[in-house]
Design a protein around this ligand. Sequence first.
Ligand SMILES: [Mn+2]
Length: 434
Amino acid sequence: MQIITTHKNTDFDALASVIAGTLLYPDAVGVIPKMVNPNVARFLSTHKTAFNIILPHEVEHALIDTLVVVDTDKWQRLDRMDKLKNRKDIEIHLWDHHMNGGDIDAHWACHEAAGATITLMVREMRKRGMSLSPLASTVMLIGLYEDTGHLTFPSTRAEDAHAAAFLLENGADLHVAGFFLNPPYEENQKEILFELMKQTDKLKINDHSIAVNIVKLDGKVMTMANVVNMYRKIINVDAAFVIFVNEADQRSMIIARSGIDRIDVGLMMKNFGGGGHSGAGSATVKFQDLTPEALKKAIIEQIQKDQKEVARVSDIMSFPVTTVPPDTTMREVHTIMAEQKIRGVLVVDNGELLGIIVLWDFKKIRQERQWDSPVKAFMARNITTITPDVAPTKAAQIMVTNNIGHLPVVHEGEVIGIVTRTDILTYYYDLLPD
Ligand SMILES: [Mn+2]
């Protein structure tokens, strides 16, 4: 007997991957954990019979010869599969996009960073020339969209979009997808969102905006991932960390969401015994290991510590900088710019920065004789500068708000470089030659 299973608290990517598994392994049956996310439960309540799936207690472990695990690489996340852990006679296959180092030792694996596990499985189905039913395509599209935030999370790869295209070609229904992707918020979820908004405390760390909240949960821990996601978007921070405190169980559950590459919350949560991917992560921490307050401190410290790895203006600036004395004629400056293929030149007198002249300023020349005027007559004064130790995002912000394309970098009163739009674009889009 072959079975395909996935992690507890099953989300749509996990469900979709199990269903994809039943298509890729036609003799296998899908095993869905007892605990699934509420929107998955809602979906299964009406669609369960359409798929070849059963519950863990229906599995006859002794008969199993092949185990296919999807969307997790950790034994502890599986439901009632401990019995199989040490069996030597079972062949294990793994399909997963979590790259945090799990303990499932597979005989065969498709283990790659992608926005969703379903992407990897869809790629295989495309390769085999399979076509899918509209229903299967729809579930898979929901899984793909949920894990990639509709292809907007930084973890999204081109491969994910290819998968989305394939699923749409196979008739995935966006109305159905939209219904399950945007579950109406339950009353207590709304209350918690409101609670979070009331105590919002935005922090600025390494030019990133962060929110770390501690919220007490009375009773059961519900699915808070959507709430945290929405919270992050409403308060407009780069990353949100919510510590849900469960006094009864003496433990906290952290749910983290990040909208930027530089803060990889999956990696961060790994330090607390959890996991996830760069855009979404979670972890459960016992009070005896870290109190909620200590946890908050630890999260903030971790983000602060990462500062060293973040690029600075000094890493992206161009240097040496071309400068001219204030009496240089416009004609000479123009020649220098043409020769060096640059769009801006700094005007410096005895080491003192007086102004900047950019290509655009030459449009001010109306008469031929003005080409012989000194550059100081045309240059812009009171120029905005930046220090070398700030983040490139800050430089980009200044350039956008002041509508300037050149930002001299000044260290201890001396110009040591210049940041141009090209430098910024090169940095953001990794255009640097290796
Ligand atoms: Mn996933």
